[in-house]
Design a protein around this ligand. Sequence first.
Ligand SMILES: Cc1ncc(COP(=O)(O)O)c(C=O)c1O
Length: 378
Amino acid sequence: MSIYLDNAATSYPKPDCVLEAMRRYFEDIGANSGRSAHKLAQEASRLVFETREGIAKLVGAKDSSRIIFTLNATDGLNTAILGSLKEGDGVITTSMEHNSVMRPLRFLEEESGIKVDVIKCSKEGVLEPDDIKKKITQNTRLIIATAASNVVGTIMPIRDIGRIARKHNIPFLVDAAQTVGSFPINVEEIDMIAFSGHKGLLGPQGTGCLYIKEGIKLTPLKFGGTGSRSEFEIQPDFLPDKYESGTPNLIGIAGLGASVKFILEKGVENIRRKEEKLTEYLLQKLKEIKKVIIYGTQDSRKQTSVVSINIKNMESSDVGDILDRDYDIGVRCGLHCAPIAHKTIGTFPSGTVRISSGYFNTEADIDYLSRAIRKIAQ
Ligand SMILES: Cc1ncc(COP(=O)(O)O)c(C=O)c1O
């Protein structure tokens, strides 16, 4: 029996319809989109359009052209961060961020002297929104927060932060890599939102999106062919073309279109309910095992399906190796590309064992995992 509990890294398995849509693109379409005028090219353009429309519906965007296809969440976050900040600007973020936020910020801090203020969250990864308010200055040009921690799953008070940002007229960027697909979002309340297509959206790797609200101006990071306004040597100024240079990942977009349809049919609220129930079951099982330390809120209503643990007197990497080798269970150990989050919860530098269940996991998987952890702890 092989059990996959690493859905926070990328979801697996994918729904059958995703594989079918990808196969169909390769076998029956194959052409580029937005460029040529022949039938297959039109079919490819329709596929891209329909996927964009599906995502817009899922995240509550009124205008689907403001959804930009990216390679992953990191790509979208870099476009938003590097494209909006310049020398001397200030940015406020949280101490639960992923390196996809922290690394571009630390780069800009070094290169362009931007000022990065990191709001410290509690040991459970909980953020007090008023702490953000206190750090706002006249130079603050961007506020960034993850929608939920990829280390302990803690859900962030995105609505409250958004309200503060709007009141002070500061653009607000949300990293929704860990929530899209299993939590309702309304992008109209946020200025920019980046997410992966390959995690909660159940799509293929190499897909992601950045939503950019009307009025937000970003300098593109890439320039080139868009299939539009080919008479000009300068980049088009309209969306999505302004930020989508080069041939898109059509096979990925085909798969993503199918996975988004799957999610819309199942219903985000139902997916969340199912995942919350399984997380509650997992937390309950883990709490019964002596020597297991659980991090985060330990409350399935306040977190995603990410649960981080350690076994007393054991390295997280050793636990992960035993789970893989002896039990055929896949989890992720170490720092999860989020050293600042581990410093916040007190597990830096050794990290934790991250168990992240997904849409297709069952209570039987959790039973098997908890038996394995109990044996390892003994
Ligand atoms: C919170 C968070 N942000 C960003 C990322 C980066 O996502 P991607 O691998 O799609 O670039 C991840 C991936 O684990 C994440 O969990």
